[in-house]
Design a protein around this ligand. Structure first.
Ligand SMILES: CC(=O)[C@@H](O)[C@H](O)COP(=O)(O)O
Ligand SMILES: NCC(=O)COP(=O)(O)O
Length: 265
């Protein structure tokens, strides 16, 4: 199972003071040494963290394959085509969102996404579509000619956090998930089932299957046990752990966890 390390949150820390430290570029060699298989960045339209200068330098200097997450905005797609990362992952974006909230609406935006996928592939860039675990959406993804889908694990991660962390007792408690534990357990089982079934369906449709969003050192194990998932993209929890153990250790601990989980299943 491959590990894509999303380094957005290194740039989040830099942007907190709007200076040049920490520099996401320094993470590239360290991530490789720690066993990462890919670098993932999200060049958002509002440039709240990774900016154009970061993306250009990372595309030029990364010793690992680069997976650039981006919206289907024309200006952004032009930039991605010019930088030629190994892969582009198309994600929905809303300016007001704290982080990505849902998957790409491939059905309503099919024609536009088809056009963007074709343009990226004409520039020899592989394409992944970041989607909610849904058969109809997966079928539409296969029709776009995309190489991969990345299953959005946010719903699963949120329910897991409400059940197995102190999230409920913090100001960030997720209001629509303040439910009895029995209800949350049922929802967690459904979220896992949706991810498992979607991974199987996507694989049978000829798509490579990745997953990501909100994965951490506790909730990742159940996702890594899904055999059809070949890659996880993880960022926030690795950067958070880096504060305590250092970035190299945080990456290698996640990679080792995935390796152990896969070898035991
Ligand atoms: C698509 C996804 O789940 C993340 O990779 C994305 O990068 C989230 O956006 P932020 O990194 O801006 O939170
Ligand atoms: N696509 C998911 C990703 O790149 C990282 O998401 P997160 O771990 O920062 O939530």
């Amino acid at each position: 199972m491959k590990l894509g390390v999303n380094i957005d949150h290194i740039a989040v820390l830099r942007e907190a003071r709007r200076i040049n430290d920490p520099d996401p570029i320094e993470a590239l060699g360290v991530a490789k040494r720690a066993g990462a298989d890919q670098i993932t960045i999200h060049l958002r339209e509002d440039r709240r963290h990774i900016n154009d200068n970061d993306a250009k330098k990372i595309a030029q200097l990364s010793p690992l394959p680069l997976n650039m997450e981006c919206s289907i905005d024309e200006e952004i797609i032009e930039i991605v085509c010019a930088l030629k990362p190994h892969r582009a992952t198309l994600v929905p974006e809303k300016r007001e969102e704290v982080t990505t909230e849902g998957g790409l609406d491939v059905i309503s935006n099919f024609d536009k996404i088809l056009q963007v996928v074709e343009k990226l592939k004409n520039h020899e860039i592989d394409v992944s579509l970041f989607i909610d675990p849904d058969f109809e959406i997966i079928a539409a993804c296969a029709d776009t000619g995309a190489d991969m889908v990345e299953l959005h694990t946010g719903e699963y991660a949120n329910i897991y956090a409400m059940l197995y962390s102190n999230l409920r007792s913090t100001p960030h408690s997720i209001k629509n998930l303040e439910l009895p534990r029995s209800e949350l357990q049922e929802r967690l089982a459904k979220a896992i089932g949706d991810l498992e079934n979607s991974a199987i369906y996507a694989s049978k449709a000829g798509l490579l299957v990745a997953a990501g969003h909100g994965l951490n050192y506790q909730n990742v194990i159940r996702i890594a046990q899904i055999p059809q998932i070949v890659e996880l993209n993880i960022g926030q929890s690795i950067i958070a752990r880096s504060i305590w153990v250092g970035f190299e250790q945080a990456v290698s601990q996640m990679k080792e966890l995935l390796r152990e989980t896969r070898n035991c299943n």
